[in-house]
Design a protein around this ligand. Sequence first.
Ligand code: NAG
Length: 391
Amino acid sequence: MTRIINENFVMKWFLLLSLVVAVVAEKAGELPSPEPCDEEACKLPECRCSSTEIPGGLAPRDTPQFVSVTFDDGVNVLNMWTYRDVIFNRRNSNGCPAGTTFYVSHEYTNYQLINELYNRGYEIALHSISHRVPQSWWSIASLEDIRKEIGEQKGQIAHFANIPADQIKGVRLPFLQMTGNTSFQMMKEFDLMYDHSWPTAAYRAPGLWPYTLHYESTQECFIPPCPTASIPGPWVLPMITWADPRGFPCAMVDACSYFPDREDENAWFAFIMQNFERHYFGNRAPFGFYVHEGYIRAYPAVQRAFVRFLDTINNLNDVFMVNAVDIIEWVKNPVPLNEYRSRPCKTVPSTICMARNCGPLVAAHNQITHWIPVCNVCPANYPWVGNPLGR
Ligand SMILES: *[C@@H]1O[C@H](CO)[C@@H](O)[C@H](O)[C@H]1NC(C)=O
């Protein structure tokens, strides 16, 4: 009798104490610290340790070489010309349409063009509403800041471009400026699948494959602060840096410290291929061509080299130019090259655009007047941070 009472008593106090600890931790906003990755506990499709091992234990020759081509910032009539010339109507060697991912920022974006890119099968992803300067603002942004800038941008793009919100799954932080745990916490809340902002040079050869943050990441922090909490859910799609001609790393093609003569197409083609082959003849970690459209527009020889590179890889039967999200989908359920090749192509249910050119809308923060092409009813006010739909 006494024993039972005692046990009950202890149990009650223990439960109460646990509750108090949980509440205090919640109040402080503290996230759990991660443990070193446990390969036995961390299993696909939900969990993967940060590792250079090929998913599914595949040999390199049985592994599709994925190529992630990405463009950042606003989408407008000018840069659409380049996308038409360089990207549109490409197919991989298996006959399926080639992908590209657009990390879109709101200002000066033409949402009718976003609708067109989506309907052509390209991936639309988040790059913040304001893309504000200075870069340091992002390094210390609060969870609420990041919700308003990136989380709420999901609904903003879905609304104005009239595309399904659940097809917006990716994030790239402005300036690749990491925000510690914050952006990944936000991603969980807004049901976003992966981040494509985090460069690595230490894990270039062999390259780092995508992974989750259930456990401790082994990736070096390029642009601190990087996440250090255990945040189960979102994936990290590392940006494996290129090596420039003197060996310095660059995450974005247009941000290399050294580069070949930008009038020299052959030198640029060789530069791209050299970086590509490090992946292709290595562990086939996803290869990235990450760039701003302005750069390839400004340097026609660089653009021609890029097109030659795309023509080359679109003819290789083990290379696939895909949307970034497709890489994560493959990593979650890795299948060998021959099975992947013979899959039916994915299709996108089309979504219409009721085109309207909305304006004049004056942005309250800087008094600039905008006309915004959208695929929906016009907003009453300029859509901005804190009022993403311009209500
Ligand atoms: C992220 O969370 C971990 C674990 O709670 C904490 O130690 C770390 O300081 C946090 N990072 C930042 C930048 O707040």
